[in-house]
Design a protein around this ligand. Structure first.
Ligand code: SF4
Ligand code: SF4
Length: 72
């Protein structure tokens, strides 16, 4: 059975808004937030959780270990 994500967490203290996770995701699951945070960063947010196949590329490529995918 195909893997599904229950949630995707971005740690707002560790994320620096580089958007590597957005670029590496092969399924367009993540997008840039429209809202700037208190450090001036646009953090990634989930655009389409259903599309996530839990490949964990976003986790592996994040330089700051700021994103984690929780499998269903
Ligand atoms: S686990 Fe894979 S499919 Fe899911 S958000 Fe990360 S890169 Fe995209
Ligand atoms: S790759 Fe990591 S640090 Fe960069 S935007 Fe994504 S979660 Fe944040």
């Amino acid at each position: 059975m195909a893997k599904k994500a229950k949630q995707i967490d971005v740690d707002p203290k560790m994320c620096k808004g580089c958007h590597i996770c957005i670029f590496v995701c092969p399924h367009g699951v993540l997008k840039k937030s429209d809202v700037v945070d208190n450090r001036g960063f646009f953090l990634p947010v989930v655009a389409d959780l259903e599309a996530c196949v839990v490949c964990r590329l976003c986790e592996m490529e994040c330089p700051d270990f700021a994103i984690s995918v929780v499998e269903e």
